[in-house]
Ligand binder design. Structure first.
Ligand SMILES: C[S@@+](CC[C@H](N)C(=O)[O-])C[C@H]1O[C@@H](n2cnc3c(N)ncnc32)[C@H](O)[C@@H]1O
Length: 240
């Protein structure tokens, strides 16, 4: 038997700027985004808290909710930073019987462009593995492995994984280049090697993409379809 509701409360742990929190708001009476970083919570709050969306600074390892008070706990592209045994213990304390823990993440975007799809991905991968390869935290490997490592196993016998979801977004080549600046590996490279070396990576990346596409348009006017592939692991707390 599955839990039938009511769906009163959910939390989104490691909510960052809050986009992953807002998605839940139509389905619950109240949704709270939590993040260990005050700066992220300040950003998230700027997005507008709506009538049923709240944000709070909190680490994943001690969650400010009472026993059996939540129907859903999510973490999007975040749980690889958590102390997982402590997080799982807290989740078990605050979920109602039949409540669900859902952990998901996504791979780097893949430009979909006919026969050139693979070549374009290789160019992104070059920046990831070669240019910024030594500048990523250990958690990145867990995302690459789509949380398949044993340490992510959700400690409930009712659990599942789903790798079928993806989102296609349209973006220009210039926007894709801008997206690379958001990578923590790129930011770490920049902090160590300076703005000029970082800009060289971006320029080389953008030039390689443009020459592979072999178009006459500018990077700002060249549209690509970017595919973000998601992976999701879920577990349900036993009803009794
Ligand atoms: C890549 S962001 C993901 C943001 C958002 N969930 C999304 O999907 O766009 C990861 C977030 O996890 C937060 N984080 C890292 N360690 C944490 C911890 N132990 N407890 C709570 N949040 C944490 C970081 O501050 C960061 O905002």
């Amino acid at each position: 038997m599955v839990y039938q509701g009511p769906f009163t409360a959910a939390i989104d742990v490691g909510c960052g700027s809050g986009q992953s929190t807002h998605i839940l708001s139509p389905h619950f009476t109240s949704v709270t985004g939590l993040d260990i970083s005050q700066a992220q919570i300040t950003e998230a709050t700027k997005l507008g808290t709506g009538t049923n969306v709240f944000f709070k600074v909190s680490g994943a390892e001690k969650l400010p909710f009472s026993e059996c008070s939540l129907q859903l706990v999510t973490a999007g592209q975040a749980c690889h930073w958590f102390d997982l045994p402590k997080f799982y213990e807290e989740v078990d304390r605050i979920l109602v019987p039949g409540g669900v823990l859902a952990l998901y993440g996504y791979a780097f975007p893949q430009p979909i462009y006919g026969d050139l799809t693979e070549k374009l991905y290789d160019i992104i991968n070059y920046v990831y593995e070669k240019d910024t390869g030594g500048y990523w935290g250990s958690g990145r490997k867990d995302v690459d492995a789509a949380y398949s490592h044993q340490k992510f196993s959700i400690p409930y016998s009712s659990n599942t994984r789903d790798d079928t979801h993806y989102v296609d977004k349209s973006a220009t080549v210039a926007e894709l280049t801008g997206y690379i600046t958001s990578w923590s590996g790129f930011q770490n490279f920049k902090a160590k090697n300076g703005d000029v070396a970082a800009q060289e990576i971006l320029d080389r990346f953008q030039n390689r993409i443009m020459s592979t596409l072999n178009l006459t348009t500018s990077p700002e006017d060249t549209q690509l379809c970017l595919r973000f592939k998601f992976f999701l692991i879920m577990g349900r707390k036993p009803l009794s």
